[in-house]
Write a protein of this length. Sequence first.
Lengths: 134, 314
Amino acid sequence: MAERRLRVLVGKPGLDGHDRGAKIIARAFRDAGFEVIYTGLHQTPEQIVAASIQEDVDLIALSILSGAHNTLLPAVYSNLKEKGAEDIMLMAGGVIPEDDIPGLKAAGIAEIFTPGTSTEVIVDWVRTNVHPRA
Amino acid sequence: MTLAERVLDGDIRAAARLMRDIDDRMKSAVTELKALYPHTGNAYILGLTGPPGAGKSTLVDQIVAAYRKKDLLVGVVAIDPTSPFTGGAILGDRIRMNRHAEDPGVFIRSLATRGALGGMSRSTMDVVNVMDAMGMDVVIVETVGVGQDEVDIVSTAHTTAVVMVPGLGDDIQAIKAGILEIGDVFVVNKADREGAERTARELTTMLEMKHPEPGAWLPHVVRTEGARGVGIEELVEEFEAHRAYLKTSGHLQRLIEERNAKLFADTLRDELFDTVFGAIRDNGRYQEILKGLRERSTDPYSAVEQVLAAHAFS
């Protein structure tokens, strides 16, 4: 019987090798009943977007701790746009200074979570704001 | 344009969306699959199965690379388990193969089992058919890490490869029913590990005990190191040898017949259940049955007989 299930790609763009946060988020999403596609470390924005399109996800959740967020996150968004896939929502988490957040939001990142945020808050945000695309 | 037309036109997003509709069991997907069906039947379908951690995804990654070198288009369906408790899933097979994400000649799709047993997902065959219609020359299906008798892959794939690793148990494990009977090719992966030689030898001995009929396919054991790409050429040659055997022996036709019959039977089973269950749920009969069962005034067997006799679904 027909039932839409939320699909989320959890990705780590760029060069930092710290994937503990990404794995915790992937697990929290799994426990929330989402289907999570985890693509592993060191992904380019192009790889993330290509995988998201093939997997038909509703949301891309990016974890970034390298400091390159101002470059990599907008690059993912512009790549989505280029492929006509900006209906896929984009969120990010990691060590991102408060001052950078407005700029990132203006560049197409729907929400940004910083260290200390509980997984419940993130799951709630997804449940409220992301819906399986019709 | 319909989704099916867009798929045939090479539209990746349309293909991805149709796979989602199939997996979410949207009624509209059936219409699209009908339109695509005449365009299927061309792809060579390769199944990889074996225990968790045997290195299946890494091997798939290498096999994709090998077929891409031959300029063939490759589709991958990678299946991972759904949590029986939350319905969620972590699909991690892509980690090993995402270097192919940007290659327009490769399409990778992760599927969750969503409650299906047998190492597969209910949608597998239909998703394979979409990739077939997209023009993929080879479609690789990687099952969930299986234990002993999750062998549904044989009715989906033309060639089934069983991936083993050293150190999983003695030779008695291998002569139990199941996994040894389904392989057309056996792989001992992580062949640099201690005991690989012995595992390969034991497997070969077991396979030679089978006394095949003259002219029948004799599965070989291929040793690989997925992470370093060792043995991949030999493995792909073995696939091609089996594929050639299928064609010349007439076995291929039999496989196709079995596959058609299975797709029909699976579809019939699903449709019948959805139709009958949907009807009795909507007309209140289901609630009555549950009440009867609660009060023990009926039993599940009589209730089903009555539902069927009454044609409550027609």
